[in-house]
Design a binder for this molecule. Sequence first.
Ligand code: TYD
Length: 224
Amino acid sequence: MSSEGSGRRQGVFISIEGPDGAGKTTQAHMLKERLENQGYKVFLTREPGGTPIGEEIRNILLNPRFEEMSVACEILLYSAARSQLVKDVLRPYLERGYMVITDRYLDSSLVYQGLAGGEELEMIKNINLWATAGLLPDITFLLDIDAVKGLQRLEGKETSFSQQDRMEQKELEFHRKVQEGFLLLASQEIKRFVVIKGEDEPREVHDQLWSQFQNFLLNKENAS
Ligand code: TYD
């Protein structure tokens, strides 16, 4: 995917992706804390959401009452929330030199609505490149976890089926496609993606992620 529209950025844009139950949120917080301990300015946000408008859109998207929601509607709502996040949060923080971490970004739409949801990938890419003015992560960590294990983890959090959000309630087959879809994207963009096994203990996953991030920073320094 080609990147970057207008605007100067000095910060580093990091996204964390993966199937449901992969442990993204835990890893995003651990990364933030470690970076802050090293003296970096860090901003952490999540999708869908991250702005007042985005959080309202999130409530619609994840509401189990809206079973009838079409995939096209999902694409437009996720990208609408993302567009606001880019404008109000991501770009301003990047321009101020922050390390910006997002718990999910547009790869989630390509996978959940495209590769698993069945909508045309090129269309989703184009809508999202427009919505984000071409802002792509500098590095994307994919926490890979077997679909069954990911769902078991969610169950471990004692969420009964009725308490799960609308996306989590989808069939196992869908979640398998999500896992495969992320791996496919990662294989197509090996420069941006770093795949990490999400099944280990959070501390071990974090150590792997951290060491890969150090390599990334080193390469970035050498390139500039
Ligand atoms: P999230 O809050 O990350 O849930 P979890 O922490 O359980 O992974 O994301 C909510 C759901 O929204 C998740 O099932 C993935 C889905 N999603 C999409 O389908 N498309 C998207 O573009 C995004 C950002 C999320």
